[in-house]
Each structure stands twice: as structure tokens, then as C-alpha cells.
Design a protein around this ligand. Structure first.
Ligand code: IVH
Length: 688
């Protein structure tokens, strides 16, 4: 085979493998290979495409994020109206709807499809000849905005569907899917943490964050939001295609779309109601937010017959779960101290019943957030309780009347205390930080919170080491540091006296059995992998992900401790601020002592280093100018994956400067120092 033809077939084979793994990972949530193996395939494809740019096609998995930032969005008419849904808020309203459907249909045996009502924004995606051609927001239902480049970055959206897949799914080459773009809770939490670090206001909820993500002018910013897409409808020039909606969903799934597996074909309203209740209880456990259940007539012929009223179909309805929000008053704002000493203002509320529980506190995150809300003590506020997150104040009610009730504004502004409410220590707000911190290293609140963090499920997972026990162990002087956990004796635990839970009760002994169970848990925690131990140290700005990257990069606690700020920045997603935080942590003698005690307790101090290539090991590169085939970040990753280093400035230690177009002062510096200058082509050859 001539080399070009060979490359062509290799590229095609790689693309197929990558698409397959992306489908397993992003759509089915069930990966078959490790991230490293997947990265290897992608890097191989990138290298081949770089050598044969003429073979790059828009549907290549390497081409999700691309194009120049735009100036604005173009308005486009929808091929058929993008409808909204009528809502039902009670079982009665739902039964009324069912009755209307049966009356209009003239029959009683009606099948309904029940789906989760995903809380995102709807998106129409058009495929032409099996290729993603256009993505359009709902807009006003008849005209939306074209956001194709942004939607391409959503990994669960297929860029192309092969003829074989279309055939298997029973779909024509041209069609339009409609579905919901949403931000999973995990992406949302991460985004808000990142924004807080960068002094940006938090997003109020995942839907707003998703909507903002879709409207980014630069698609690479959309990509960073880690959005997801679920398909729930198919249209062909406004017509339905299959006899039954249930078949439509199966077909979309077969074509490679993510279709929510939590769906049900119900044969009576009782079955529908059962599904609704089942998910009302379980919805907090979903990785994304839902706000109800959508019920649709299954038979498409009947859908046609029933038709529409105004902007909503008669054949479908949204059952909305009771809003998990309520109105109440802020009695006071107290300040809680976290394990890092971070102060979190928390609203004390007049107790209010929201979605099945009584809420009497809500987080306010930080001072900026209080200012953003414009909150005064005494204000009436809307409190929301979503998913597993702590209730939060979403807005202040301005003076006036709602449903015949008068609301007045509060009068007392919140002032951040100058001394720690738990220990009286100094409070500082470091430059470039949103949060305030207590700087007293022996603040008792920090100790309590660190111990609770250390034992928590996602860290060392020491089941049974709950707040009451931790507080008592601190009081008795048995826990002065997290390392003391490993010196605890069975008898000390067994004889621990806890306050009885019921009022009027006397103290109770923890007892032999519980003590043994906790001792076993502590013992088992010694097997938690290195990344958990790194996380458990509680280094500021080092969360679960960063801890994992650090463990993979360094492979041992000792190498991590010895790393300079510069070396730390070679780790994925570690910038100067995180690097400094890590260096400062290990510079503190108390922290080093803690680490040594944990080592003596035989925690896991080594792990599996992520295998890197060796082609470029020992070589340091500096990138300058605009590269054509890769973005800077991509080139950096490729070099690092091949064992090389990338530095920000040219010095005598630099082995190669990779110069793109319009290279500036770094190129001059290289010439001055006599450092070898290479182009992208040569870099590619070196990468093999
Ligand atoms: S069907 C004519 N199915 O809810 C059918 N919509 O309140 C129109 N939504 O605009 C939509 N999950 O953005 C449908 N499983 C689902 C849905 C869903 C969420 C959204 C959609 C729609 C809104 C109507």
C-alpha cells in the first residue's frame, strides 16, 4: 500500500476506535479502556493527522473544539416549531389531562412514555448525510440561535453517524434530533469551585451555567464546561418517523445518541403515577438535576390526531415536582470555620418546610456572594434546596407584596468578623482570594473539621468516625492531629463517654463492639491509595482531581514533597497558585511532621506512576509563536506524554525552542544563547 493510502486507513481505523471508546465513556458511562489507552489513541491520530493535514475531516474526534471565536450568533428559523409543554402540578391535574386524551382519542387503552424532565435547555441538532450539520437553540420556538461550534464540543453528541449505524437504527441520513443540553452536578460543582478560586461570581444553578456555556463566543470555553446532551425526540421536516415514540427513543440510542435509560412505557395512569413517585424520592441520587417527569402519548398517529394548543402539544404534559424552594426570613448570619480555616457565612433561617424537610440554615458561600445578593439580616429570601447540595439563598425578596403577603427589607448589614468565632484568632483575606481565613494553626474548629474530612467517605473512608465521636476524642485530648487517629487504642474508644442522644439521658459508653468496628475501619484505611492520602492532607486548593493528577505524576509522596513550584506546574491542571499552595504546605514543619507520622502508620506513600513515553525524556522545550497543527496546550501535552518537559522561558537548560509563526522575543533569546530552534514539522518527527 502506498504510504498515503496506508495513513488513510490507519486514520480511519483510529477514528473508529476512538468513536467507539467515546461512546462507551460519554454515552453509555461504561468505558472499556483506561484513560491512558484512550489518550494514546487520540495522540496517535493527532500525529497522523498532523502529518497528513489534507486527511483531516470535520467529523474527526480531534475536531470537536475548533474554529475562531465568533462575534455573535446567527438567528435561524427552526424546520418545525420547537414546542414547550403544558405543566401539571398535582395528581388531579394529571388525571384531568389523561381523561382529555382518552376522550379525544375515543378509547381508553392508551400507552404513555414516561421520561425524566431534565433541567437544562433544549437544543435541535440537524444531521445531513449522517454528519452533524447545525445545532440551534430553542429561542422563541420558531427562531433560535445557531450554536453549532459549541454543541460540537459536547462529547455525548455524535459528530457523525455511519451508514451502517443509521441502517441499524432505521434512520434516514437527514434528520433532526431534539434534546436537552445540561450540566451534570459534578461539572457544576467543579466550575463553581474554579470560579471562586478565580474571584468570579458563582453560578446559581446548573441550568444557568449550561445556558452560559452554550452561548460562549469561543467554543473552547464551552468545552471547559463539560456539558452533556440527552436526545428525546426526532423530527423529519416536522414529521414523526416511527409508529411509536418508544421506537424513536430506541432508534436514537441505536444511532449513538445518549437517551435517558430511566424511561418507562406505562399502560395506565396508575403506572405513570408510580413512575413519578419513584423518581420524586430518588432524584437527588441522579448525577444531574430534573424538575419533573414528561409524559408522552406513545403512538405517533394518535399524537398527530391530538395536535396542539398554542405552543404546546395536547399529547404530552410535564408533571412538575413541587419547587424545592421556599420563602423565609434570615434571622442571623453566622460564620462557620472549615478545615482549612476558611470562613463560610451561613444564614440562620426561620425554619421553613421545603420539599419534605425543614430547612433552618443555608450557605452563603462568601462575602462576595452576600454582596451579590444584596442581603441584609432580617431580609426575606428565596431558599432553594437542590439535589444533595446544602440549601442556598437564591435571592432577596424586594419590598412589596406576593400573594397578598407583605414583605419588608431587613436593616442590618453583615460584617465579616475580625476574629475567628471559634478561637479568636486573626482573620485575613489573602490577596486574590474571595474567602476569609482564620490563620491560627491550632484553631480547634480546623482540627475538628480536618478530622471529619480525613475520615469522610471520599477521603480515608473511616466509617463510624462521626462528629460526636471526633468531638469527644478531641475533648479527651486523644486527637490532637489527624495522625493521632492511628495511635488510638481499642480501650480508649470502648470507654469513650458520649452524650446520650435523647434529652435527659445520661452519658453512654461507646462500647466494645463499636470500638472494634472503628478500629477495623482505621486499619483498613491504611490501604487507601496514594491519591487519597494526598487529598487527606487537606492542602488548600488540592481537591480530588488534583490529588489524583499529583499521584499519577509523581508516583510517591516523597517525590511530591520534593517537587519545586516549577515541577509541580508540569502536572495537569496545576497552575502557579496551586503549585505555591503545595510548596507552602510542605515547607511548614508541622505539616512535614504530620506526613512523617502518617508514613510511620504505614499509609500508602507510593502509587502507580502514569506511564509516560520516553522518546523525549531528559529534553526541555520552549514553545513560542502560533503553532498551526496543535494548540499550545496540545503540543505541551504531547511533549509531556513523550517524557519531555515544557518550560515557559528560554535558558541555557533549554534543549529546543519550537517556533511557530510570529515568534517573538523567545526566538531572539534562543539565538542569543545558541539554543536549537526547530519548527512544528521537526517536533512531530521527534514525537514519531
Ligand atoms: S419533550 C413537544 N422531553 O422541558 C415536546 N422535553 O417544559 C417538547 N425537557 O422545552 C419537549 N426533558 O427543554 C421533552 N424528556 C423530555 C424533556 C423535555 C426536559 C424540557 C424541554 C422543553 C421543556 C418544556
Amino acid at each position: 500500500m502506498p504510504p498515503r493510502a496506508q495513513a488513510e486507513s490507519q486514520i480511519e481505523s483510529l477514528r473508529q476506535q476512538i468513536r467507539h471508546h467515546e461512546h462507551r465513556y460519554y454515552v453509555l458511562d461504561d468505558p472499556e479502556v483506561s484513560d491512558a489507552e484512550y489518550d494514546r489513541l487520540v495522540n496517535e491520530l493527532k500525529a497522523l493527522e498532523a502529518a497528513h493535514p489534507e486527511l483531516i475531516t470535520p467529523d474527526s474526534p480531534t475536531q470537536r473544539v475548533g474554529g475562531q471565536p465568533r462575534e455573535g450568533f446567527v438567528k435561524v428559523a427552526h424546520s418545525s416549531l420547537m414546542l414547550s409543554l403544558d405543566n401539571a402540578y398535582s395528581e388531579d391535574e394529571l388525571r384531568d389531562w389523561d381523561r382529555r386524551v382518552r376522550d379525544l382519542a375515543g378509547r381508553d387503552d392508551i400507552a404513555y412514555v414516561c421520561e425524566l424532565k431534565l433541567d437544562g435547555l433544549s437544543m435541535a441538532i440537524r444531521y445531513e448525510a449522517g454528519e452533524l450539520a447545525r445545532a440551534i437553540t430553542r429561542g422563541d420556538g420558531s427562531v433560535g440561535e445557531e450554536v453549532t461550534a459549541n454543541v460540537r464540543t459536547v462529547r455525548s453528541v455524535p459528530l457523525s453517524i455511519s451508514a451502517a449505524q443509521l441502517k441499524q437504527a432505521g434512520l434516514p441520513p437527514n434528520f433532526e434530533v431534539r434534546g436537552e443540553i445540561l450540566m451534570p452536578r459534578a461539572s457544576f460543582e467543579r466550575l463553581n469551585e474554579e470560579r471562586e478560586r478565580n474571584e468570579l461570581p458563582r453560578f446559581a444553578n446548573p441550568r444557568n451555567a449550561a445556558a452560559g456555556g452554550v452561548r460562549q463566543l469561543d467554543p473552547s470555553l464551552t468545552a471547559e464546561r463539560r456539558l452533556d446532551y440527552f436526545a428525546y425526540a426526532l423530527t423529519l421536516e416536522g414529521r414523526t418517523y416511527f409508529d411509536r415514540h418508544w421506537q424513536t427513543l430506541d432508534a436514537l440510542e441505536a444511532a449513538g445518541f445518549k437517551v435517558n435509560p430511566k424511561r418507562k412505557l406505562a399502560h395506565s395512569l396508575d403506572e405513570v403515577w408510580e413512575f413519578i413517585q419513584q423518581w420524586e424520592d430518588k432524584r437527588d441520587a441522579l448525577p444531574y438535576e430534573i424538575d419533573g417527569i414528561v409524559i408522552k402519548v406513545d403512538r405517533t398517529a394518535l399524537q398527530l390526531e391530538l395536535g396542539f394548543t398554542g405552543k404546546a402539544p395536547r399529547w404530552a404534559i410535564a408533571y412538575k415536582y413541587a419547587a424545592r424552594a421556599g420563602i423565609t426570613r434570615v434571622i442571623n448570619i453566622e460564620v462557620n470555620v472549615g478545615r482549612t480555616g476558611k470562613l463560610t457565612p451561613t444564614a440562620e433561617l426561620e425554619p421553613v418546610f421545603i420539599g419534605g424537610t425543614t430547612v433552618s440554615r443555608a450557605t452563603l458561600h462568601n462575602l462576595d456572594e452576600i454582596e451579590r445578593l444584596g442581603l441584609l439580616i432580617g431580609d426575606w429570601v428565596v431558599v432553594e434546596r437542590g439535589g444533595d447540595v446544602i440549601p442556598k439563598v437564591s435571592r432577596v425578596i424586594t419590598e412589596g407584596e406576593i400573594d397578598g403577603k407583605k414583605y419588608l427589607r431587613g436593616t442590618v448589614p453583615f460584617v465579616m468578623p475580625e476574629h475567628c468565632p471559634e478561637c479568636g484568632g486573626h482573620i485575613v483575606r489573602a490577596e486574590g482570594e474571595v474567602a476569609h481565613f482564620c490563620v491560627n494553626t491550632s484553631c480547634p474548629a480546623k482540627l475538628r473539621e480536618s478530622l471529619l474530612f480525613f475520615s469522610s467517605r471520599y477521603v480515608m473512608n473511616i466509617d463510624g468516625m462521626g462528629e460526636a465521636i471526633v468531638v469527644q476524642l478531641i475533648k479527651d485530648g486523644l486527637l490532637k492531629s489527624v495522625a493521632d487517629m492511628y495511635s488510638l487504642k481499642h480501650d480508649q474508644l470502648a470507654t469513650l463517654m458520649l452524650d446520650a442522644q435523647k434529652e435527659g439521658g445520661t452519658k453512654r459508653r461507646l462500647g466494645e463492639k463499636t470500638a472494634q468496628r472503628i478500629m477495623d475501619e482505621i486499619e483498613a484505611s491504611k490501604q487507601r491509595p496514594l491519591e487519597r492520602v494526598i487529598l487527606a492532607l487537606g492542602i488548600r486548593m488540592v481537591g480530588e482531581r488534583t490529588a489524583q493528577f499529583l499521584a499519577e505524576h509523581f508516583g510517591s509522596m516523597d517525590d511530591l514533597m520534593a517537587a519545586s513550584a516549577e515541577q509541580l506546574q508540569e502536572v495537569d491542571e496545576v497552575g502557579p497558585r496551586i503549585a505555591t499552595s503545595i510548596v507552602n504546605y510542605f515547607a511548614e514543619p508541622r505539616n512535614r511532621e504530620l506526613v512523617e507520622r502518617l508514613r510511620a502508620a504505614e499509609l500508602q506513600f507510593t502509587g502507580q506512576k502514569k506511564q509516560k513515553g520516553t522518546k523525549l525524556s531528559g529534553l526541555t522545550f520552549v514553545l513560542t509563536g502560533t503553532l498551526v497543527q496543535y494548540t499550545r496546550d496540545e503540543a505541551k501535552k504531547l511533549i509531556e506524554d513523550a517524557g519531555g518537559k515544557v518550560s515557559g522561558s528560554v535558558s541555557k537548560k533549554t534543549n529546543y525552542v519550537v517556533a511557530g509563526t510570529e515568534a517573538g522575543s523567545k526566538l531572539d533569546k534562543a539565538k542569543e544563547l545558541g539554543v536549537a530552534v526547530i519548527g512544528e514539522e521537526e517536533l512531530r518527527e521527534m514525537l514519531g
